[in-house]
Design a protein around this ligand. Sequence first.
Ligand code: HPA
Length: 243
Amino acid sequence: MLGIIGGSGLDCIAELEIESRLAVTTPYGQPSAPLAAGRLHGKRVIFLPRHGETHSIAPHRINYRANLWALHAQGVRDVVAVCAVGGINPVMSTGTLLVPDQIIDYTSSRESTFFDGVDHPLTHVDFTLPFNMPLRQRLIQAGKVSGHQLHDGGTYGATQGPRLETAAEINRMERDGADVVGMTGMPEAVLARELQLGYAMLAVVINAAAGRGDNATGISMEAAHAAAEIAMTKVRAVLNVLA
Ligand code: HPA
């Protein structure tokens, strides 16, 4: 079954015919919200808003372990993570949808493993390719069918937040090879890998990163939210085809 984790701008999916709301408790505590189980275009889907139903949970406070555990426990095997991002590479202009193929983790102090040697024995999972390739291809195909071209590939840089980055930090990230920047892709992606879930990201560029494009001297979050609202219409269309 497909799980969808919604990010900023996608706290619900109107087209999802919800059959039940599951308040799940996990060994790691509560997920961000009850899981919304239902049907999207006839196919069974479970939806979880990463920042909670009222978008109140900051990126560094999200209980990523509970979220992934809860989805897995309910029978989810593939997860599409919708993530709002800032564009670093000029190709990643506002409104671009991409399916990244790599991650750089700049986060700190987050609970980022199930395998901490306490609850589960220490295990070093392979993370060479952090995203599930077949699921990435399904997303890209769904983009084609829905008429919304998805950029194939790109490196996602995960920052700690909740503050936005400095222009110098973005310059450094660009030198590192990051194409886009967001705050939630890690540890979400690695926790999915540890549970052997297929995980792919549908990233949505909602602003030029700090110091870039129109944001030479600052980022307007109002403008970013407006861009997110427009872009999420496309995201919904892609998800409808994918499901
Ligand atoms: N930086 C970090 N996270 C983000 C951004 C950004 O510019 N835009 C959306 N999420």
